[in-house]
Design a protein around this ligand. Structure first.
Ligand code: RP5
Length: 165
């Protein structure tokens, strides 16, 4: 169930996805965003996935991050039932061919029902959080200021690494 005052949902297909998706949740929290976190499977709990997507907007969710491995249909299945922006994170499950299965399942949406697919794995998990922040920053000055600070700090880290080489 989505909780009130939470504007981002992080949904993943299995608890086995949590070690990677923790990076996404932590990054959102760095920006002061405490997300709704759910384990919902497009294949194992399709009814719950449908109910979640159908009610997300009315529950106050503005952006959904959906992560899954293997035949990663979660992001697309949610996108089919809501016009909220869906950010997909393809994951490399234990028996996956390097996450390529999940990448193609996430990114290859038919025209008219987009999913914004990130990179495979942890980089994608972190970028999903940052991309959600970028969407929210369009209408929230405080989040926009935090985003500007984040970019400045990121720049500074590279400059320091350059100086240390
Ligand atoms: C996907 O299948 C999940 O997102 C996970 O990445 C993968 C394996 O799930 P488990 O068998 O570990 O639950 O649906």
């Amino acid at each position: 169930m989505a909780e009130k005052n939470k504007i981002v949902a992080v949904v993943m297909g299995s608890d086995s996805d949590m070690p990677v998706m923790k990076a996404c949740i932590d990054k959102l929290k760095d920006f002061g965003i405490d997300p709704v976190v759910r384990i919902i499977s497009a294949h194992r709990t399709p009814d719950i996935a449908a109910d979640f997507a159908d009610n997300a907007a009315k529950n106050g969710i503005k952006v959904i991050i959906a992560a899954a491995g293997m035949a990663a249909h979660l992001a697309g299945a949610l996108a089919a039932r809501t016009t909220l922006p869906i950010i997909g994170v393809p994951l490399c499950a234990s028996e996956s061919p390097a996450g390529i299965d999940a990448l193609l399942s996430t990114v290859q949406m038919p025209p008219g029902v987009p999913v914004a697919s990130m990179a495979i794995g942890k980089a994608g998990a972190i970028n999903a959080a940052v991309f959600a922040v970028q969407i929210l920053a369009l209408a929230d000055e405080k989040i926009a200021a935090k985003l500007a600070d984040f970019r400045k700090a990121q720049r500074q880290k590279v400059i320091e690494k350059d100086s240390a080489v």
